[in-house]
Design a protein around this ligand. Structure first.
Ligand code: 6R9
Length: 659
């Protein structure tokens, strides 16, 4: 990229030294070189049949990919299947009734196991109840539940009867719920009385009630009783008790509805830090094939594994890798209701230990928190059952990568750093753990069968090491099919910028910036809007942050620009340390020096502000916009999307003390 558009300096932080997958891992890996041979990579799109082969089809498909109306692609057309059948019935038929499907870990240390048979019964009874409430094929059912077993039960019950679900993260507001229900014309809601957050009971039903006030339709509502006497609730008109319904339909079964491969499986609104939320449409065949294949190939999940993706099902990661991927493979998936530090910081490692978890998948934001709390917590638990670790959601810089590798993985377990999005449905860029070398800080090459190009403003591939835009140049099975709010928005959000329809060239734009190295490994730098323009140079916030977190003792950082009259834009760095309460000037100096040596003097932070925590969205993404407001002494905008709104006041007060 040239200097004209300000990208000239763009340069990823060099990845750490490579690690080869250990031999013991390769020997047992699901996917090795012999499966991903030349024939596989050259044989596109038919190579994706291997993913479709992991599923049970009621009617075989006749075409792998129909690209005749690009960018509205269709996969496995003519095929028919049911997602709930694939996640349940076929495992029962294969004699795995008593195999654990879900191990649920409650907030207060209580736990429950659902065998495949238990889950099958629950899903069938609830599906019968939904039919009785009037839910028909293609009706959108909104689910507003926390991490309790009724959440996957409700999703699979919807899938069984061909009603697309739209799960709204339980921590979102009444307003967010009503906007999403209205946008999806959804007349059915499944929610609960409340749930526990940290130690406290939290009223969910009152939020749902408020949301319904602004939805025009009469909403049929099912309420799960999670809190019992702790938070008594009253059922109003058109409201039904979940347990009551299960009792009424006890023992009933519902035939899984045969769905077209291209019929909608679910709708997922993206958190959208800017603008109206986007309703991403995922369909049945391609999505399920892609999540099943990546669960097997990337996360190395085997049917007899206990696998734990410590995300929330309210986001895409939980849909794909807590529910659909692992259950399609018939494995045991762990589901945790609480937070990593309640009642104490040992909680996650206790769960790994008790369940002998084989594969653990979490986000860099959590890994940085573990690093900040210190190695003593994982060290005092038996984590030897772990075979593979995964990371998703944000770039993971080399230092937290190494910490995760050493203190959680015992220096032994490979790590997969998986880049993907709500829109991609499943993993797009990652190493295959039984084949590829890992480079800490770089996610890896695009998966076999996937093509990614890092391009400049004009769509031309950039040289290795240069920063560009992350685009996907061929369609893939798990891809978004359209936006529920309209085909035009779908086309303009994702395809317009880098496609040349006249030449028949379609390129998906992810909205991320990235760089690729000589070996084709992609390092994701961040969203396009995460750039600071200093003296005409556009600097990636991720790049600077990575240089900061590389300093010993730093847990996490976020940098933003401050407009300053004589100097143009100055860089402000917000930094949290690994537990030191008074970090002092030595650390400040070390940060500035490291940024200078990693990127150059132009990227040196003008000010370093220490803070106990950074403001984060509910899905764990840092809200730079708020920090920017604080740095610029502006009124802080809406904080309702924050998980920790109280931190905003603390940071502001801290900054005032400093100046
Ligand atoms: C799965 C998920 C998508 C955005 C994406 C990118 C960031 C996700 C990443 C990563 C670097 C990784 N992202 N995985 N960045 N390395 N391994 O998180 O979906 O919530 O839609 O977010 O998250 O910026 O564009 P979603």
């Amino acid at each position: 990229m040239d200097d004209r558009n300000g990208w000239g300096r763009g340069r990823p932080v060099p990845a750490g030294s490579p690690h080869s997958p250990p031999e013991w891992f390769v020997e047992q890996a699901n996917v090795t070189d012999s499966e991903i041979d030349e024939e596989f990579t050259e044989n596109w799109p038919d190579c994706w049949e291997r993913a479709a082969d992991l599923l049970s089809w009621e009617e075989p498909y006749d075409t792998v990919l129909d690209d005749s109306s690009a960018p509205f692609y269709e996969w496995f057309t003519g095929g028919e299947l049911n997602a709930a059948y694939n996640c349940l019935d076929r495992h029962l038929e294969a004699g795995r009734k008593t195999h654990a499907a879900i191990r649920w870990e409650g907030k207060h240390g209580e736990y429950e196991t659902y065998t495949y048979r238990d889950l099958y019964v629950a899903v069938n009874e609830f599906a019968a109840a939904l039919c009785d409430l009037g839910v028909e094929e293609d009706d959108v059912v909104t689910i507003y539940l926390p991490m309790i077993p009724e959440l996957p039960i409700a999703m699979l019950a919807c899938a069984r009867i061909g009603a697309p679900h739209s799960v709204v993260f339980a921590g979102l507001s009444a307003n967010a719920l009503s906007t999403r229900m209205a946008a999806a014309d959804s007349e059915y809601l499944i929610t609960c009385d409340g749930y526990y957050r940290r130690g406290d009971a939290f009223n969910q039903k009152s939020k749902a009630d408020n949301a319904k006030l602004s939805v025009e339709a009469d909403v049929e509502t099912v309420v799960v009783d999670r809190l019992g006497d702790e938070l008594p609730h009253v059922l109003g008109e058109n409201e039904w008790d979940y347990d009551g319904l299960r009792e009424e339909f006890a023992g009933e079964t519902v035939e899984p509805v045969s769905r077209d491969a291209e019929d909608m499986l679910f709708l997922m609104y993206t958190s959208g830090t800017t603008g109206e939320p986007k309703g991403v449409v995922h369909t049945t065949g391609g999505y399920l094939a892609h999540v099943a294949w990546t669960s097997r190939a990337v996360l190395d999940v085997e049917p007899d594994d206990t696998y734990w993706c410590a995300a929330d099902i309210g986001w895409i990661t939980g849909h794909s890798y807590i529910v659909y991927g692992p259950l399609a493979l018939g494995t045991t998936t762990v589901m945790y209701e609480g937070t990593p530090d309640y009642p104490d910081r040992d909680r996650l490692w206790e769960i790994v230990d008790r369940n002998a978890v084989d594969v653990f998948y979490t986000a860099p934001t959590a890994i940085r928190a573990f690093m900040k709390w210190g190695e003593k917590y994982p060290a005092r638990h038996d984590l030897s059952s772990l075979r593979l670790l995964g990371s998703v959601g944000e770039p993971i810089s080399p230092r937290p990568w190494r910490w995760y590798h050493e203190h959680v993985g015992g220096g032994e377990c490979p790590i997969v750093d998986t880049w993907w999005q709500t829109e991609t449905g499943a993993v797009i860029v990652s190493t295959l753990p039984g084949i590829d070398e890992m480079k800490p800080g770089a996610a890896g090459p695009p998966l076999p069968g996937i093509d990614v190009a890092i391009v400049d403003e004009n769509g031309a591939p950039v040289d290795p090491g240069e920063t560009g835009y992350l685009t996907i140049t061929r369609p893939w099975p798990g891809m978004i099919r359209t936006l529920y709010d309209g085909d035009d928005r779908y086309r303009s959000e994702y395809w317009e910028r880098f496609s040349d329809p006249n030449a028949g060239e379609w390129r998906y734009f992810s909205g991320d910036t990235a760089a690729v190295d000589e070996d084709g490994y992609v390092t994701v730098l961040g969203r396009v809007d995460d750039v600071i323009n200093v003296s005409g140079r556009r600097l990636s916030t991720m790049e600077i942050e990575s240089a900061i977190t590389d300093v010993d003792g730093i847990a996490e950082s976020a940098v933003v620009g401050r407009a300053s009259k004589p100097n143009g834009t100055e860089i402000y760095a917000y930094v949290s340390t690994e537990g030191r309460s008074n970090p002092g000037d030595g650390l400040r100096r070390a940060i500035v020096e490291n940024v200078e040596s990693a990127i150059g003097p132009i990227a040196k932070p003008h000010e370093v502000v220490f803070t106990p925590e950074l403001p984060k969205t509910r899905s764990g993404k840092i809200m730079r916009r708020l920090l920017e407001d604080i740095a610029n002494d502006e009124a802080v905008g809406d904080t309702s999307a924050l998980r920790n709104p109280e931190i905003v006041g603390e940071i502001r007060a801290g900054r005032e003390d400093d100046t």
